[in-house]
Ligand binder design. Structure first.
Ligand code: GDP
Length: 387
């Protein structure tokens, strides 16, 4: 699947940067264009792989390259006002060569949280290609403002995209990790999952062709139910000939039953393990299974059994699947895309904290206005202002 990726804000830019790195490393050629948009000059300068000409600084007149703090209303306003500048970069995208747009942003901050939904809405108005969002939820300990921002951004973003793929930082944080180190690791996890999903079906010259190919239209169909999606992933190392990588076994040497069992067990682990957004798997509307690895370790039967299992588990008839032969790896991996999930306790919790924060903020604002008034005014209200 070929994508134009637009990273909005710091998290969005860093994740797109990582996607470009992954794409080059694997040669999968999924990222047809990569653009980063930000109100903070320093964040754009910190990117390594997004080309300089595709880094768009917006809001210079209002925030002078310093970012919007965590003010996502300002982020949304600036995106609206400076859409022409963003469009200038998007004009360079060879739209006839892409299957979809992917707008990536952290939903807890300001620039991406406010700007990504505005951009998605704009793209949908102009182009016929699907527009997907990849939205990152903040960790719970980031505090009330981030949670409120994320809850409001989530509500808006879901409505503006064809499907919102969600990654929850809270489900992936580890204690004792520095913030920066944590994000590096988390971003690797994000890109590994989404990268493998989007790479499936992109057959390069000289590569093995899958037995049952996952075409980009199958990913699009899976996502076309709309709403919110989450991804599961599981991997297992396999033995290769003479200890080296990618030894080719003959069919007799590899036990077909073992291969089938490994695949079905990986599909189960992917769907029941840690998802990018934890949810009740049974509330899935449509799903897709991709199993990748050395070709000798893939078989149609395993994928079929994995698909059937997921059909049962999600109680849905729309489960697509296929394999993805990969060279240069000694791992077999399964990715499960669960699309249109509706039972997501984490979102309900987030909304609860967000509403509470919103109420508190209003109280605090009112109180501090009153306090200021009583400070500035003398007790008998005898003093007059100059003008
Ligand atoms: P913006 O630049 O104003 O859009 O805000 P940021 O992108 O800096 O931050 C928004 C939220 O994204 C934060 O609250 C974090 O939850 C998250 N975040 C920031 N940087 C990263 C990152 O590199 N990776 C991930 N996964 N999340 C991040």
């Amino acid at each position: 699947m070929k994508l134009a990726m637009i990273g909005f804000g710091q998290a969005g830019g860093k994740i797109v940067d990582k996607f470009v790195e992954y794409d080059r490393g694997t040669g999968s050629d999924v990222v047809r264009s990569a653009i980063a948009v930000n109100t903070a000059k320093a964040d754009l300068a910190g990117l390594d792989h997004v080309p300089e000409r595709n880094r768009v600084l917006i809001g210079q007149a209002r925030v002078k390259g310093h970012g919007v703090g965590a003010d996502n209303e300002l982020g949304a306003d600036i995106a609206e006002e400076d859409m022409d500048e963003i469009q200038g970069a998007i004009d360079q995208v060879p739209v006839h060569e892409i299957d979809a747009f992917l707008v990536v942003a952290g939903m807890g901050g300001g620039t991406g949280s406010g700007g990504a939904p505005v951009l998605a809405s704009h793209l949908k108005r102009i182009y016929t290609e699907p527009v997907y969002g990849l939205g990152v939820l903040p960790a719970e300990d980031e505090g009330g403002i981030y949670t409120l921002n994320a809850a409001r951004s989530f509500k808006t973003f879901v409505d503006e995209v064809d499907n919102l793929l969600v990654f929850d930082n809270d489900a992936w944080r580890e204690t004792g990790e520095s913030v920066r180190g944590g994000y590096d690791r988390i971003n690797d996890e994000i890109v590994r999952r989404f990268g493998m999903l989007f790479s499936a079906g992109e057959v390069r010259a000289g590569q093995n062709v899958a037995e049952s190919v996952v075409d980009s239209s199958e990913i699009i169909n899976t996502l076309s139910c709309g709403g919110v999606s989450t991804i599961g992933y599981a991997t297992e190392q396999v033995e290769t000939a003479s200890g080296g990588l990618l030894g080719r076994f003959s069919d007799e040497q590899l036990d077909a039953t073992e291969t089938t069992n490994r695949i079905t067990s990986l599909v189960r682990k992917a769907a029941l393990g840690r998802l990018t957004l934890p949810c009740e798997v049974r509330s899935t509307d449509r799903s897709l299974v991709v199993v990748g690895g050395p070709q000798d370790y893939l078989n149609r039967k395993g994928i079929e059994r994995g698909r059937k299992w997921l059909e049962n588990e999600t109680a849905s008839m729309e489960v697509r699947g296929g394999d993805y032969p990969m060279q240069g790896t000694d791992h077999v991996a399964a990715v499960t895309l669960l699309s249109g999930v509706t039972d997501v306790p984490r979102i309900k919790d987030l909304q609860g904290v967000a509403v509470e924060t919103q109420d508190n903020l209003e109280d605090i604002r009112e109180e501090s206005e009153e306090n200021l008034e009583s400070l500035v005014r003398d007790d008998g209200d005898e003093l007059e202002a100059l003008f």
